[in-house]
Design a protein around this ligand. Structure first.
Ligand SMILES: Nc1ncnc2c1ncn2[C@@H]1O[C@H](COP(=O)(O)OP(=O)(O)OP(=O)(O)O)[C@@H](O)[C@H]1O
Length: 229
């Protein structure tokens, strides 16, 4: 294994993924290889249906590829049981989807504490860290006590990012984080993602349609018909 691979937080090596398509199979990822070092942001662009979401699902270990290897934080995942993969996901992978998917009845701070509760950790001890993380993404004390419907779209996305970072992930996977935001708010969320990538040292992969935001990425790759260029 090369030194680049050893140092990378996320490695996809020759990954192929197919879906059932009538009596044939549709190839969504075709021998895709991607290495993402810690503290760097890779943006994935490409036409609709080219395989971008499939790439994130495989990197998140939510889907198992037909062939190839997916290594997260130095651990090869394709040979693991579902239980092991779920544990690795909880400990090492942060996921930010398009819609913030926040729980409507919880305040911003409680969204993060719920993660700790699910992990079986101490909610009391986690409170200070939740406040600190929310502060670092730009939510002051009053906003930390608001429920999702009392926050703007950009603020909800910030809570979503803070929640994904809460467990201290090695890999941060982000799907169209700015699609519900106007250009300026979208640009600020991208600045934030670039900043947290450096601060938290995550290997970040971000899918976006907004080419104006690509200047914040360390690397831009293009998906075409399941192939990475
Ligand atoms: N569960 C599924 N079953 C069958 N085919 C699927 C499934 N999910 C995705 N596909 C197909 O796999 C290909 C890649 O889809 P994917 O969602 O990864 O593309 P994408 O680049 O994320 O698209 P978009 O930009 O529109 O979100 C497409 O042809 C899609 O129709």
């Amino acid at each position: 294994m090369s030194t680049t691979t050893a140092a990378a937080a996320l490695v996809l090596d020759d990954v192929t993924l197919t879906y059932p398509d009538g009596d044939r199979r549709l190839t969504a990822l075709d021998a895709v290889s991607l290495t993402v070092p810690p503290g760097s942001l890779t943006a994935v662009v490409g036409p609709s249906g080219s395989g971008k979401s499939s790439l994130l699902a495989v990197a998140a270990t939510l889907m198992r590829p037909d062939s190839g290897r997916v290594t997260v934080a130095g651990r090869e995942t394709t040979g693991m049981s579902e239980k092991e993969r779920a544990a690795l996901r909880r400990e090492r992978v942060g996921i930010v989807f398009q819609q913030a998917n926040l729980l409507p009845s919880l305040t911003a701070e409680e969204q993060l504490l719920a993660v700790e509760h699910l992990r079986g950790g101490s909610v009391r001890a986690a409170r200070a860290r939740a406040a600190e993380l929310l502060e670092s993404v730009g939510l002051d004390e009053a906003k930390r006590r608001r429920r999702p419907h009392q926050l703007s779209g950009g603020e909800r996305q910030r809570v979503n990012i803070a929640r994904a970072l809460f467990g201290g992930p090695s890999v941060l996977l982000v799907d169209e984080p700015t699609s519900a935001l106007d250009h300026e708010r979208g640009a600020r969320v991208m600045d934030l993602l670039a900043a947290v990538t450096r601060q938290h040292g995550t290997a970040t992969v971000l899918v976006t349609h907004d080419r104006a935001l690509l200047g914040r990425a360390d690397r831009v790759v293009t998906m075409t018909d399941g192939r990475l260029g």
